[in-house]
Design a protein around this ligand. Structure first.
Ligand code: ARG
Ligand code: ZN
Length: 876
């Protein structure tokens, strides 16, 4: 039969290309409208006839009425871009189905039925990278959140759980490896050089966790014996040339499995665990049951091509996806409004994993830096949303730092309130109560209450309210007592003009001025708009250290003398708080009026940090790092990007000059330690490259040859990239030599060529925008690979000199990019909108140019749901 005719259906509505089908204003989906699905689908069988150009899918669904829902005379199956071939019910071909937009609706009498639906898809034409798509000649899937409907017609919602059996048939030469979820059942050869494999996943799962991979891949294999004695075969699947870069991923996986057993009591539950690395991927990675699919960036690492940070990122993401097996797969989400249920919890779990392996202090400082540079701006911008949103138009837009990172902070606060042991009891209770279910954030909070004995009635506001709370601190010393008066306010956000106070747990310590010590930490909980806390027994006014460890994701504004900050920056025994004091000194200077004394205080604190032999070099480097531009912008009401860069770079130069000898000698003496294995080497590399940056900031003529020497003698990517990052910001032959060498040396390694683009796009050079324009024309640049697009343009959007070029050409570049990617890859396109959306915070001249670009996009017509939702939110 002619599939095009069949696809039109009996009612004859023609199939239009994706974009034309989108109604002009996308519909709003609301959390309060949740209804359970009328049917259950306890089992599904999928038969794939795989090909790059055309893939045929036969789905066999066992369906039964859902006793918890209102009965329906028909079943509604989601679809997106599918060519429908046939529909049968209980073995009989049916023609009484109809299409409603992309959905397929099949009349069904009450009772149990078997539904057969055959469809065709075109993986090579799938540029959205959602559903089944081609990457470097292989086939792979990405189904979260709503990609499964691009593979077959199905109730594509996380509360419909099925047991999957998957049979794949393909050309054995092009696709020698055939993987899916669960355990392998059978495989064999067929006629005409074809072969097949069948997999079965015994654990019921929602469609977003389905995965398949077909390709010419090789595996690093290993084994893990679980605490319960299950032997698990592990595989990390890559293209053969990448095999030498898979050992870190495998070791990370084994560490993750062990850690989750020891820390959360979670054991793995299948005979196989496979990870596949894919070069074209919209996000970081995906936790498909038993078959995690990863962006190559988070799998491949060796010392030659990956930095220390890359190694840590691989380990963190491997952990994250593995931990989802319990927090996400065994217990999944009822609907997508509950996304933070799995993501917030799993981010917290991966953060704790990395803290345990490498030390809590550095990890916490880094995590808070990301929160402030990415999530705080989201929370104060036009797209602000609670960690559990109330509505969305396109769910892909809600895979945000708010849902992920603030979500993790909210659960971390519960852990702080409960204490570690009680938190573990509560998480055990949560897993026990909801194993096999599609749960809600409310279920999680109730488990925390029941398991840890907490009352979280008011705490639930953290799930409801958007916006970063602000806490102001006043201190009054009288007699021998100090009284802290704390006031909180949660700012108004779009759709939420009035906010209620939230409970804010703050760990505090009071340092005695004479002894320089404190007599212990206290956890205070600010749960009213205004509240006072008194501590006595202080013979002189103590120095307050507050929000130690960053116990609450809030902004603290306190009156504190410069001298006290200098004291804390040099002496606080809480590493986070010590770092924070230094950051406060830096912010005060960078955001305040130009002030000699403020800068002098920074110098005094830096002096102490440089002289403190008890510090390791990584912490020393953290303490001496300037706040990221994005956080400076976030802490200003309205800012002038050009002026802010000048001020920040000026401070770097001043510090570089003031400690010129110290930084030069650190760069010299750390050369040998930087080549050592283990933490010592990593710490030395970190400090050495930072020192190099200060040397170059003070005197480019001294910095350039030093950097070139570090580049030439580099023994790994950390040293090499550290040197190149400095050189990329300078002028002269050293820069050109190193960049050219780097390109030729790594021409065949896509992830390193990404770095080559990024290093140049990050540089704070006068004509960086023109250079980025040139890079976009480079033969190695492509719009088809998300990593490459991000390596150039996401980085450009974060470079104030490029993005905020006073001409407006940077804004135009990003708007053009959004329009070019709009239909080709809507998810990727939409990620670029928020940079333009922050115009309200930028000085009026630039703000008008930014807004004009948003309006140009809005008027371009035919916008994807993703871009449309972001742009209309930005325009407000
Ligand atoms: N669940 C994945 C993770 O965080 C992310 C998948 C997001 N995919 C998407 N298309 N938005 O681990
Ligand atoms: Zn996740």
């Amino acid at each position: 039969s002619n599939p095009q005719t069949a696809a039109n259906g009996p009612s004859g509505a023609p199939i239009l290309p994706d974009a034309a089908r989108e109604p002009h204003e996308p519909a709003i989906i609301r959390r309060k409208d949740y209804e359970p699905f009328a049917w259950r689908v306890p089992e599904i069988r999928l038969d794939f006839d795989l090909g790059l150009e055309t893939t045929r899918v036969e789905a066999t669904l066992k369906v039964t009425p859902n006793p918890d829902a209102e009965a329906a005379p028909e079943i509604r199956l989601d679809g997106d871009g599918l060519v429908l071939e046939s529909v049968a019910v209980d073995g009989e071909q049916r023609t009484d189905w109809r299409r409603e937009g992309e959905a397929l609706i099949v009349p069904l009498s009450p009772g149990e039925h078997v539904l057969n639906v055959a469809t065709r898809i075109a993986p090579s034409a799938n540029t959205q990278l959602m559903g089944l798509y081609a990457s470097n000649g292989m086939l792979c899937t990405q189904c979260e959140a709503e990609g499964f409907r691009r593979i077959t017609f199905f109730p594509d919602r996380p509360d419909v759980l099925s047991v999957y059996t998957v049979r794949m048939e393909a050309d054995a030469g092009a696709f020698p490896v055939l993987l899916s979820n669960g355990n392998p059942v059978e495989q064999g050869t067929l006629e005409d050089g074809r072969h097949f494999a069948e997999w079965h996943d015994p654990w019921p799962k929602p469609s977003y966790l389905f995965a398949l991979v077909a390709g010419d891949l090789v595996a690093r294999t290993d084994r893990f014996t679980t605490c319960g004695g299950r032997e698990v075969e592990l595989g990390v699947w890559v293209r053969s040339e990448d095999l030498p870069r898979t050992s870190h991923a495998m070791e990370s996986l084994k560490r993750s499995m062990k850690w989750d057993e020891e820390t959360f009591g979670r054991e793995y539950d299948l005979d196989r665990f496979n990870i596949v690395a894919v070069g074209d991927f919209n996000m970081g990675a995906m936790e498909n049951k038993g078959l995690n699919i990863f962006n190559t960036k988070y799998v491949l690492a060796d010392e030659e091509t990956a930095t220390d940070d890359d190694f840590d990122a691989v380990e963190g993401v491997i952990g994250h996806e593995y931990f989802h097996n319990w927090s996400g797969n065994r217990v999944t989400c009822r609907d997508w409004f509950q996304l933070s249920l799995k993501e917030g919890f799993t981010v917290l779990r991966d953060q704790l994993f990395s803290q345990d392996l490498h030390g809590a202090a550095i990890k916490r400082i880094g995590d808070v830096r990301v929160l402030r540079a990415v999530q705080f701006p989201e929370d104060s911008g036009p797209f602000a949303h609670p960690i559990r949103p109330d509505s969305y138009k396109e769910i892909s837009n809600f895979y945000t730092a708010t849902v992920y990172n603030k979500g993790a902070e909210v659960i971390r606060m519960m852990r702080e309130l409960a204490g570690e042991a009680a938190f573990r009891k509560a998480s055990d209770l949560y897993f026990e109560r909801h194993d096999g279910e599609a749960a809600t954030c409310e279920d999680f909070v109730r488990s925390m209450e029941d398991g840890a004995g907490l009352d979280l009635a008011q705490f639930r506001r953290w799930y409801e309210q958007a916006g970063t709370p602000k806490v102001t601190v006043e201190q009054a010393y009288a007699g021998d007592a100090i009284t802290l008066t704390l006031r909180q306010s949660v700012p108004a956000t779009p759709g939420q003009p009035d906010k209620q106070p939230v409970p804010i747990p703050l760990k505090v310590a009071l340092f005695d001025r004479e002894s320089g010590a404190h007599s212990g930490e206290t956890l205070i909980v600010l749960d009213k708009a205004e509240q006072s806390f008194t501590f006595d027994g202080h013979t002189s006014a103590p120095i307050l250290s507050i929000n130690r460890g960053f116990t609450a994701p809030v902004v603290i504004e306190r009156e504190i003398s410069r001298d006290d900050l200098v004291f804390l920056a040099g002496n606080d025994d809480d590493s986070f708080a010590r770092h924070e004091a230094m950051q406060e000194l830096l912010l005060a200077y960078l955001l305040g009026d130009e002030n000699e004394d403020a800068r002098e205080a920074i110098g005094t604190a830096a002096e102490a940090i440089l002289a403190d032999d008890a510090l390791d070099h990584e912490m020393r480097a953290e303490l001496l790092s300037l706040p990221p531009f994005a956080y400076l912008a976030e802490r200003s009401e309205v800012y002038d990007p050009g002026a802010m860069v000048v001020r920040r770079e000026g401070l770097k130069t001043w510090l570089g000059e003031r400690f010129a000898d110290r930084f030069a000698s650190l760069h010299d003496t750390l050369e040998a330690p930087a080549r050592e294995a283990g933490p010592v080497g990593k710490q030395a590399r970190r400090m050495r490259s930072l020192a190099l940056g200060y040397v170059a900031a003070a005197d480019p003529a001294k910095g350039a040859p030093r950097a070139l020497a570090q580049y030439r003698e580099a023994q790994g990517m950390t040293e090499r990239q550290g040197a190149l990052a400095v050189l990329a910001g300078l002028d002269g032959p050293e820069r050109e030599e190193a960049l050219a060498d780097f390109y030729t040396r790594f021409a065949d390694n896509a992830l390193v060529i990404d770095k080559w683009f990024t290093l140049q796009a990050t540089a704070l050079r006068e004509d960086v925008l023109g250079e980025i324009e040139q890079l976009a024309q480079h033969p190695s640049f492509t719009m088809s690979n998300p990593n490459r697009v991000r390596a150039l343009y996401a980085v450009m959007a974060g470079n104030p000199l490029a993005f905020h070029d006073a001409s407006g050409a940077g804004y135009r570049m990003i708007a053009d990019l959004i329009l070019e990617l709009n239909l080709k890859n809507p998810q990727l396109a939409a990620r670029f909108v928020p940079s333009l959306g922050r115009y309200r915070r930028v000085e009026p001249g630039r703000a008008a140019l930014m807004r004009a670009e948003l309006e140009r996009i809005a008027e371009a017509g035919e916008l994807s749901r993703d871009v449309s939702e972001q742009v209309s939110a930005s325009l407000g």
